[in-house]
Design a protein around this ligand. Structure first.
Ligand code: DGP
Length: 210
């Protein structure tokens, strides 16, 4: 993708109830108030036909094999990637609330092979910046609405936490900018750290793929 005047691609990842969606919303509003064109994408996008299947699975009203749900989550990213790519090309900053890294962290936590988990997302756009909001699973569990969906239990979240540590190591080795932030501090502190990182993104180089 041409690097001229493109928007940046920023991913916010985190454990469940880490405050990720709130931070994405605030980031979007602050960037807009600075005059930037911004689009927020939330994964899974539960509004598409595939997203509705994922939603039913997460609410435990349907059962699917671990492999099938992994591929559906990935397909849900693939169905939006062209739209994201054209937005970036037209100078829009795209903020992604979760992305392929959640796919690896959650599916591998269920025992699926690490490399197999990575493979369906290969070829998706490689973000300029990934921010992982870290909160201890015990603290997250005390936050509102915890436990309503599949995966929202401490045992699962601890495995996911470990997997994100491995993801950080592996992608940092590949020179991807993957930064872990402490999300247990105040909303304002977390926001200003995120904003500092986003302000430093270098859009002079073309985007690559995962
Ligand atoms: P959220 O809407 O951000 O609360 O995410 C929904 C849940 O789905 C959350 O527990 C994380 C999980 N999740 C997100 N993306 C993936 C994925 O690609 N694969 C798997 N297995 N789980 C995912």
């Amino acid at each position: 993708m041409s690097a001229q005047n493109r928007g940046s691609l920023v991913v916010i990842e985190g454990l469940d109830r880490s405050g990720k969606s709130t931070q994405c919303q605030i980031l979007m509003e602050k960037l807009q108030s600075k005059g930037k064109k911004v689009q927020l994408y939330k994964f899974p996008d539960r509004t598409t036909a595939i997203g509705k299947k994922i939603d039913a699975y997460l609410k435990e009203t349907s059962q699917l094999s671990d492999q099938v749900i992994h591929l559906l989550f990935s397909a849900n990213r693939w169905e939006l990637i062209e739209d994201i790519q054209s937005k970036i090309q037209s100078g829009v900053t795209c903020i992604l609330d979760r992305y392929a890294f959640s796919g690896i962290a959650f599916s591998a936590a269920k025992g699926l092979n690490w490399e197999w988990c990575k493979s369906p997302d290969r070829g998706l756009l490689r973000p300029d910046l990934v921010i992982f909001l870290h909160i201890s699973p015990e603290v997250a569990a005390k936050r509102g609405q915890y436990g309503e969906e599949r995966y929202e239990n401490i045992e699962m979240q601890k495995k996911v936490e470990k997997n994100f540590e491995r993801i950080e190591r592996e992608y940092t080795e590949e020179s991807l900018s993957f930064i872990t932030l402490d999300a247990s501090t105040s909303l304002e502190t977390v926001h200003s750290r995120i904003m500092n990182l986003v302000d430093q993104v270098d859009v002079s180089k073309a985007l690559e793929t995962l």
